[in-house]
Design a protein around this ligand. Structure first.
Ligand SMILES: [Zn+2]
Length: 333
């Protein structure tokens, strides 16, 4: 699961496909440029908590983490279950309990919230034999540069392979958001924002070519790429959750090979409703596709069950292939 912090959907659209061939390649599969961030909140850390837990920010089932600063120490409440007062399971728990190698590479230190919630200080027992331990994130690393992030991802793939394990990784690129806050969500050619996306795109291409040239990985890595929020309202931020530039986001699913681009809403018409342009959600009917769907989607692609207590994509019914002629949703590979 990749989150490109502050990625506007235009960067994945056809107009910029030549500028960003890596992102364009990841759009060679089911995807939408019309997904949504959390309905009430368009800031960074709460939306990433939603991706990891499959919960909205607010409400009874919400994860309730509304802050966007470095978390307090765990002993001062800096952990998701402690804050909520009840257990909040994550995709890392599900994957690690099932014996997978789990990795979080993030570009901002505030992601230490996940290490404090699910890492070595966590207290949740492994639910599924054999016992893989209470530390549900095998590697937590924080580094801002796209090249360094991708090197950590490739090294983690080798580590997982050396253990004979599959892996679930969350990878967060911060640069586009940094550029947006510096000089604005400026999509004109040559802007700092455009250059920052280019640096991420180059790193993604490097990662994809490393996967392509490794027979053990080729065709065996799926990528779910989304973002926490768009940006531009106000111009150098993304704080207004009612602004379309902030809440409209891309969500791409690359299934290990370049295939025909497919509209995610079209193949999920029975369970998701595309919101009208400029709206956060449709007035009635099924919910939109959200970044919070990404956690349970990633687990589904690995053949793993949903996060307990999750709401977004909790039935893991976000399909990545068109319905079969018989009418049932086709299983993802
Ligand atoms: Zn952000």
């Amino acid at each position: 699961m990749i989150s490109v912090d502050g990625l506007r959907p235009e960067c994945v659209g056809p107009e910029l496909a030549e500028a960003y061939p890596g992102l364009a390649r990841l759009a060679r599969g089911p995807h939408t440029l019309d997904a949504r961030c959390d309905p009430d909140c368009s800031i960074t850390l709460p939306n990433h908590v939603s991706m990891v837990t499959g919960r909205p920010v607010a409400g009874e089932a919400g994860h309730g983490w509304t802050e966007n600063t470095d978390p307090p120490a765990r002993r001062h409440g800096g952990a998701l279950s402690l804050r909520k007062g009840s257990d909040i399971e994550s995709m890392f728990d599900v994957a690690h309990d099932h014996g997978l190698h789990t990795v979080l590479v993030a570009g901002k230190w505030k992601f230490a919230l996940f290490e404090q919630s699910y890492g070595e200080d966590a207290t949740d027992q492994d639910q599924i034999a054999p016992d893989d331990g209470k530390d549900k994130i095998d590697l937590f690393a924080c580094t801002p540069e796209p090249v360094g992030i991708v090197e950590l991802v490739l090294a983690s793939m080798r580590t997982a392979a050396s253990k004979g394990k599959r892996s679930l990784m969350m990878v967060h690129f911060p640069n586009a958001d940094f550029a947006g806050h510096g000089t604005g969500w400026d999509l004109t050619e040559g802007s700092a924002y455009r250059k920052s996306v280019q640096a991420i795109d180059e790193a993604l291409r490097h990662m994809l070519s490393a996967i392509d040239s490794d027979p053990a990985r080729k065709g065996r890595v799926a990528i779910v790429l989304t973002t926490d929020h768009g940006g531009g309202v106000p111009f150098k931020s993304h704080t207004d959750p009612a602004a379309p530039l902030n809440f409209r986001i891309p969500l791409l699913v690359w299934l290990g090979a370049d295939s025909e681009p497919v509209d995610l809403y079209e193949i999920n018409a029975s369970t998701r409703t595309r919101p009208p342009p400029g709206e956060r959600m449709a007035a009635a009917g099924a919910p939109p596709i959200r970044n919070a769907d990404a956690g349970n989607l990633s687990l589904a692609l690995l053949g793993l069950p949903a996060i307990s207590g999750s709401v977004a994509n909790a039935k893991q019914d976000l399909a990545t292939a068109p319905p079969t002629p018989a009418g049932g949703a086709a299983k993802a590979p």
